[in-house]
Design a protein. Structure first.
Length: 211
C-alpha cells in the first residue's frame, strides 16, 4: 500500500474507537431529559460523524433552537461522564497506527467531534503523537461537507490521489464528492446501500473490526 498512498485520514468514532453504543445511549438520554421523541438506535447511529449540533438538528428537526442547545449540552455532559482509555480503541487499532507511522505513512483524523472532545480522547488513548494533523467539526465545516478533507490534504501537501480516507460506510458515502481514494469498513449496524460506485477504489467490508 505504501507505493500507492502517503496520507491516511481516519474518522474517529466508530472507526478507531468503539464508541457507537455509548454515543447512541447519550443521544437517547438527552432526548429523554427534554421530553423529545427517543430516536431509534439506527437513527442515532446514522448521525455519528456529524457535528453534535448538526446531529441534533437531524434527529430533532422540529425542536426550537434553545431546546436544541440544551440537548447538545445534556448530551455532552453525559458523554464526558465516561472516562475512556486505550482499551476503548478497537482491538489492534493502536498497534496498527504505530506500525503505519513507523512505515512512513502520514496519519490524520477528520472527525465530527469538538476539539475539546478529540483532544481528551487522543490523550486518554495515547494516540496524539501518532497523527500529523487532526481536524474537528468546530474548526471547519462539519461533515458531510468535504472541506475538512481538503484542508488536511492541503496542510500535508499531499496529492489527492495519494490520500486514503478510512471511515465507516455512511460518512464516506456522504463524502463521495471528494476525489480521493476511499477505504470503507462497514459495521454490522450500517445497512445503507452503497451509492458511491464511481468513487470507491478499495472496499474492505468487515463487521469484526479486523485491520
Amino acid at each position: 500500500m505504501k507505493n500507492r498512498f502517503d496520507l491516511i485520514i481516519f474518522d474517529w468514532d466508530g472507526t478507531l474507537i468503539n464508541s457507537i453504543d455509548w454515543i447512541t445511549s447519550c443521544l437517547q438520554h438527552a432526548a429523554i431529559q427534554y421530553d423529545c421523541p427517543i430516536p431509534e438506535s439506527q437513527a442515532a447511529k446514522d448521525v455519528i460523524g456529524l457535528s453534535i449540533t448538526k446531529a441534533m438538528q437531524t434527529l430533532f428537526p422540529e425542536v426550537d433552537k434553545p431546546t436544541q442547545k440544551q440537548l447538545v449540552a445534556c448530551y455532552s455532559q453525559k458523554y464526558f461522564s465516561k472516562q475512556i482509555s486505550r482499551d476503548d480503541l478497537f482491538p489492534g487499532v493502536y498497534e496498527m497506527l504505530v506500525q503505519l507511522n513507523e512505515a512512513g505513512y502520514r496519519l490524520a483524523v477528520a472527525t465530527g467531534k469538538t476539539r475539546v472532545g478529540l483532544q481528551e480522547a487522543l490523550q486518554a488513548t495515547g494516540t496524539e503523537e501518532l497523527f500529523c494533523i487532526t481536524r474537528c467539526a468546530d474548526e471547519t465545516a462539519s461533515k458531510p461537507d468535504p472541506r475538512m478533507l481538503r484542508e488536511i490534504i492541503q496542510h500535508t501537501h499531499t496529492a489527492k490521489e495519494r490520500s486514503l480516507m478510512w471511515a465507516i460506510l455512511y460518512m464516506t458515502c456522504k463524502w463521495h464528492t471528494m476525489p480521493i481514494f476511499l477505504l470503507l469498513r462497514c459495521h454490522a449496524a450500517h445497512t445503507r446501500k452503497n451509492s458511491c460506485n464511481n468513487t470507491i477504489r478499495y472496499c474492505a467490508c468487515n463487521s469484526q473490526h479486523n485491520y
